[in-house]
Design a protein around this ligand. Structure first.
Ligand SMILES: Cc1ncc(COP(=O)(O)O)c(C=O)c1O
Length: 441
């Protein structure tokens, strides 16, 4: 199979037309040419299980999976039916409470023992923003610590030092906080102290220097926005201890890892309970829903409406029926074991192919998400990735795979996601495509 990326495809034509009326032709920065979808993104016609079909009738095995939500693949039957039925039976939103909301909250509590009370939002960005606001309200402090290379959504609270240029980084012991987007007030950036991840010594010193100033440490418990970087042994426990010692909150942004790293997220996998957890993506299997929560004591200001949690569409019927059905699907016996089996088969297979070809790579995987770094050494933090991962080689791999019907996110700081819909034959076809692509790298 060879999929054309020429200028005369229907995808190319439609993308050119989109740019006449949709700014940049796409509605999120990760979908367009600047994100690496070159010469144009595939214009999608439909998704089905682990496969995507574009308007030129090309078929792809999809490892982008909507950037993580599609843990059950495209159009999972039970979730789709549950949503359709709920709309037909009740309506799609009330802006008043209803029972399904409690049911989803109860199911979340059952999986995440660190959570006693939750609030729902529509996106990870909103829920993360609320989590930060909650930490500020509880501590009476404005500053937060975040880590280089991590992403917590597009709000002015956290969108700093996402993938900054090496020249802008500043010293490792005191990284600069760099707004990821034009238009962010520098006054807000001053509230964010940036740190390298996986380095306990530097963080310990920073905490000493800023004693009494910091509301929270927010972290992805497994970095999944800089490829995939697991925490160093004991690192999350260290974060738990120092936040307690300094009367700060520990916020786990489990937007990607929650329900994906394991049934109870990264906090279950590494046995560390944060004060606040943010969930989104896999929670709705592709329907827009997010949540944040913590213990009764932590959530008290939210429960008492001191923090004005608002949102016209929060906990709408589509979101809640999707989350309700998704949680049930993920609860089926064998789900995570099967995900682990196909993910290991793919990640190990890729590793072997490059080892045979004599091309040094690092395959860093946790459960059903992984990344390949064209790097001779393991990647432990953003600076490693920026300095050692060959993103040009990665881009070549992505183009070669796309031509062979395998879709991965073009940027080497993204990652591959798997779903319960990926089959052994998908994995075998993907490994054949990788084998076939090696010569083009
Ligand atoms: C770890 C993490 N937090 C927050 C977000 C923001 O979520 P959303 O895109 O739903 O606003 C993302 C999105 O990719 C994410 O990966």
């Amino acid at each position: 199979m060879s999929i054309s990326l020429e200028a005369n495809t229907r995808s190319a034509e439609l993308f050119a037309r989109a740019q006449e009326s949709v700014a940049g032709g796409v509605t999120s920065v990760v979908r367009g040419t600047s994100a690496g979808w070159l010469p144009y993104p595939p214009m999608i016609q439909r998704g089905d299980g682990s496969h995507l079909y574009d308007v030129d009738e090309n078929e792809y095995i999809d490892y982008v999976l909507g950037h993580g939500p599609l843990i059950l693949g495209h159009r999972p039957r039970n979730v789709t039916q549950a949503v359709a039925q709920a709309i037909l039976e009740y309506g799609n939103m009330f802006a008043l409470p209803y029972e399904m909301e409690q049911r989803v909250a109860e199911k979340i509590r059952e999986r995440f023992p660190s959570i006693e009370l939750v609030k729902f939002s529509n996106s990870g960005s909103e829920a993360t923003h609320y989590a930060v606001r909650l930490a500020r309200a509880l501590t009476g402090r404005d500053k937060i610590i975040k880590f280089e290379g991590q992403y917590h959504g597009w709000t002015d609270a956290t969108e700093y030092s996402y993938h900054p240029a090496i020249k802008d980084l500043g010293p490792r012991t005191a990284p600069r906080t760099i707004p990821a987007a034009a238009g962010t007030p520098m006054d807000y950036a001053r509230l964010v102290i940036t740190q390298p991840w996986n380095d306990a010594d530097i963080l310990r010193k920073t905490l000493r220097d800023h004693r009494g100033e910091i509301a929270a440490i927010i972290t992805e418990p497994i970095m999944a926005n800089c490829g995939v970087i697991p925490p160093a042994p004991g690192y999350l426990k260290f974060l738990r201890e120092v936040t307690r010692e300094n009367d700060m909150l520990l916020i786990f942004d489990e937007v990607i890892t929650g329900l994906r790293a394991s049934r109870g997220g990264a906090q279950e996998l590494y046995d560390v309970k944060p004060d606040v957890t943010v969930l989104a993506k896999a929670l709705g299997a592709g329907f827009a829903v997010a949540a944040y929560g913590g213990s009764r004591a932590v959530m008290e200001p939210v429960a008492r409406d001191e923090i004005l949690h608002a949102g016209t569409y929060n906990a709408n019927v589509v979101a809640m029926s999707a989350a309700n059905a998704t949680l049930d699907e993920l609860n089926k016996p064998g789900t995570y074991e099967n995900l682990e089996r196909v993910s290991a088969k793919l990640a190990n297979g890729v590793q072997e192919i490059f080892a045979r070809a004599g091309i040094p790579i690092q395959v860093q995987r946790v459960a059903s998400f992984f990344q390949i770094y064209f790097s001779p050494k393991p990647i432990r933090e953003y600076r490693d990735a920026a300095q050692h991962a060959d993103l040009v080689k990665f881009r070549k791999l992505q183009v070669a795979l796309r031509k062979r019907g395998v879709l991965i996110y073009p940027n080497g700081l993204g990652r591959w996601f798997l779903s319960t819909a990926h089959t052994n034959s998908d994995i075998e076809a993907t490994l054949n495509a990788v084998e076939d692509s090696v010569g083009e790298i």
